[in-house]
Design a protein around this ligand. Structure first.
Ligand code: DI6
Ligand code: FE
Length: 407
C-alpha cells in the first residue's frame, strides 16, 4: 500500500469504489477500495481514502461497489485429452469400481488410446472449447497436466498443446509433466520408468517444456519407490514436483511428497496424520479435489482437521478429467469443498487464490491483490463472497482482468 510508490507515476488503470478481497492476509477485505496498475502489474491497493489525491491514470473505472477478488487459479487439471468415458460412468453406476475398470484396460488407458490418436491441433481445439468455462468464471491461471500420452512423443505433444493454449487465450498456463500417471501396456515397467527419468525429464528441463513433474502414487498406478526415482530425476534437473497422493488408499504419498519438498500433494483422502505433519514441515500445499471424491463416491474425506491443526495450506481445484472428475467449474469445486469437506468460506477462497498459487510455486507473482503482483482480477456482480461459492449455477462474473487488461 506504499503511497510513495505512486508519486510522480501515472498508472494505466485505476479501479475505484470496489469491495476488495485481497487474499493477502486471510481474506484481506477492504471496503471502498481502489487498485492501480501499470504495465500489467498492481502498483497500489488500499482504501480509496488513502489514494494520493494527485494520482492519475489513463483509465479510471468505477466499480459501483462490486466485489473484486484475485483472478482465480485452478492448480490441478487434466484439461487436454481426447475421447469420452461416459460408458465408465454407466459401468460404475452398475456397480463396477474405478479400480476394476482401470485394471480391465479402461480408465486412464482408455483416454490414452484416444489421445494418442489425436493430433496436437485436435487436442488444442478440444481443450480450448473446454477452457471457455474457466475464462467465464474469472480464472486467470490454470495448471494443465500431461499424462494421457504415456510415451515420449504423445506426452511431449500434450505439453506442447498446453503451452499453445496459453498463447491462444489470455490466461497463464502452468504445464505439468505426468508421465507416471499409469503404466502404458506396450512397455515393461522398468523400461517406461527409465524413459521418464533418463530421456523425457532431461528433455523437458533442457527445453522448458513443463514447469513441474507429477506422479500418481497408488496401487493401480506407481509405488512410492518408483515415484521416488522419478522425483530424484526431477531434482537432478531442477524441476519442482507434485504428487497424486493417497487418493484411494494410504500409500504414504503425503510423506513421500514432503520428503521431496513437493509444491503440493493432491487428493489426500487417505493421508495419515504423520503424512500431514510432514507436509506442514516441508511447506507442501494440500490440493483438495472434491470433484473426484464426489464422482467416485469416496467414503472418506481428506483429513481437514489434521491439516488445520498442523498448519498445512489447503488449495482447491477441479481435477478436470474425463474419468473421475468431469468438472469444469472451479467455483463449484469450492462449493463442494465447503459442503463435502467442511471448509469455511474463507478457506475456500484462499484455496482458489493464494494457496492455489503456492501449489504452483507462483506465490511471488499471483494469488493475491498486492503491489508488485500481476494485475489478474475477477470483478463480480454479487452481494457477498459467500454468495459466489454458495451458488451452483453460472458465475456472476462482471469482468475478468488479465495482466491489467479488462477482457
Ligand atoms: N487421479 C485422478 O483423479 C485422475 N488421475 C489421477 O491420477 C484420474 C484420471 C482418469 O481417470 O482419467
Ligand atoms: Fe488428477
Amino acid at each position: 500500500m506504499a503511497m510513495a510508490g505512486l508519486s510522480g507515476i501515472r498508472g494505466d488503470r485505476l479501479w475505484k469504489n470496489a469491495r476488495i478481497a485481497t487474499c493477502a492476509a486471510d481474506l484481506g477485505i477492504i471496503e471502498s477500495g481502489a487498485i492501480a496498475c501499470r504495465d500489467g502489474r498492481i502498483i497500489w491497493v488500499g482504501p480509496q481514502s488513502a489514494l494520493p489525491p494527485d494520482f492519475d491514470a489513463l483509465e479510471i473505472i468505477d466499480c459501483a461497489g462490486r466485489w473484486i477478488t484475485p483472478g482465480l487459479i485452478d492448480c490441478h487439471t487434466h484439461l487436454i485429452f481426447a475421447g469420452n468415458r461416459s460408458d465408465e460412468f454407466a459401468r460404475r453406476q452398475a456397480g463396477e469400481s474405478y479400480a476394476d475398470i482401470a485394471r480391465s484396460g479402461g480408465g486412464i488407458l482408455a483416454t490414452m488410446r484416444a489421445t494418442r490418436d489425436a493430433s496436437e491441433n485436435q487436442l488444442v481445439e478440444a481443450a480450448l472449447s473446454r477452457l471457455d468455462a474457466w475464462i467465464a468464471e474469472g480464472v486467470t491461471t490454470i495448471e494443465i497436466k500431461s499424462g494421457y500420452g504415456l510415451d515420449r512423443d504423445a506426452e511431449l505433444r500434450l505439453l506442447g498443446a498446453a503451452r499453445e493454449i496459453g498463447h491462444r487465450r489470455p490466461i497463464d498456463v502452468a504445464a505439468t509433466y505426468l508421465g507416471a500417471h499409469a503404466m502404458p501396456p506396450d512397455r515393461p515397467r522398468d523400461v517406461y520408468l527409465a524413459m521418464i527419468r533418463d530421456q523425457i525429464i532431461p528433455c523437458i528441463a533442457a527445453n522448458k517444456l513443463a514447469d513441474a513433474i507429477d506422479g500418481f502414487c497408488e496401487t493401480i498406478a506407481f509405488a512410492p519407490d518408483e515415484i521416488a526415482t522419478v522425483f530424484e530425476a526431477a531434482r537432478r534437473h531442477g524441476l519442482p514436483v507434485k504428487l497424486h497422493a493417497d487418493q484411494l488408499s494410504d500409500g504414504g504419498g503425503a510423506g513421500l511428497a514432503a520428503r521431496f519438498r513437493a509444491l503440493s500433494a493432491d487428493h489426500l483422502e487417505y493421508a495419515s496424520e504423520d503424512g500431514v505433519k510432514a507436509m506442514a514441515q516441508a511447506g507442501t500445499v494440500a490440493v483438495l479435489l472434491p470433484g473426484a471424491f464426489y464422482m467416485l463416491r469416496e467414503p472418506q474425506p481428506p483429513p481437514i482437521a489434521a491439516m488445520r491443526r498442523h498448519g498445512v495450506a489447503m488449495a482447491v481445484a477441479t481435477d478436470c478429467n474425463p474419468g473421475t472428475s468431469p468438472l469444469t467449474s472451479l467455483l463449484l469445486a469450492a462449493n463442494m469443498a465447503c459442503v463435502l469437506f467442511g471448509l469455511t468460506i474463507g478457506e475456500a477462497w484462499l484455496g482458489i487464490t493464494r494457496h492455489a498459487a503456492a501449489a504452483l510455486g507462483r506465490s511471488a507473482s499471483i494469488g493475491s491483490i498486492e503491489a508488485g503482483k500481476a494485475c489478474d482480477l475477477a470483478i463480480w456482480n454479487t452481494e457477498s463472497l459467500a454468495g459466489l461459492i454458495g451458488w451452483m449455477g453460472p458465475a456472476p462474473l462482471h469482468q475478468r482482468v488479465f495482466k491489467g487488461i479488462s477482457q
